[in-house]
Design a protein around this ligand. Structure first.
Ligand code: 5GP
Ligand code: ZN
Length: 119
């Protein structure tokens, strides 16, 4: 069924606790944890507890939870004090754009200057 945990999904395993992560925030619908291979001084991933392959498909199926993910991303930026300088929320979507884990996730990146356009 749509949104159900997938047995072969790394982030579903982080949601269930089967794989450990450094969790920074958790809500009824989301989990936020530090990226294992950080690309900036702050690099946190915000994921919905439900399984959808990317952020756009999450927004179609569960718009309220997609909004929860964005709200949490903003709260993390405030908590990590990267909000004032500026930070980036990224949803890599599709292998060609660098997506490697096909469970929706927002990268929250900050704490250094960020180039535009991104690579
Ligand atoms: P993507 O490339 O799909 O946009 O992002 C996946 C992210 O998950 C990558 O930045 C990668 O470093 C991170 N990642 C992969 N495996 C793990 C893991 O086991 N734990 C954590 N905390 N992050 C992971
Ligand atoms: Zn999943």
């Amino acid at each position: 069924m749509a949104g159900e945990p997938q047995s072969d999904c790394l982030f579903c395993k982080i949601v269930s606790g089967a794989i450990p992560a450094t969790v920074v925030r958790e809500t009824e619908t989301t989990v936020a944890f530090r990226d294992i291979n950080p690309q900036a001084p702050t690099h946190v991933l915000v994921i919905p507890k439900v399984h959808y392959p990317d952020g756009a498909s999450l927004a179609v199926a569960e718009p309220g939870i997609a909004a929860d993910v964005l709200r949490e991303a903003g709260q993390i930026a405030a908590d990590e004090k990267i909000e004032e300088y500026g930070y980036r929320i990224v949803f890599n979507t599709g292998a060609g754009a660098g997506q490697t884990v096909f469970h929706a996730h927002a990268h929250v990146l900050g704490g250094r200057g960020l180039q535009w356009p991104p690579g």
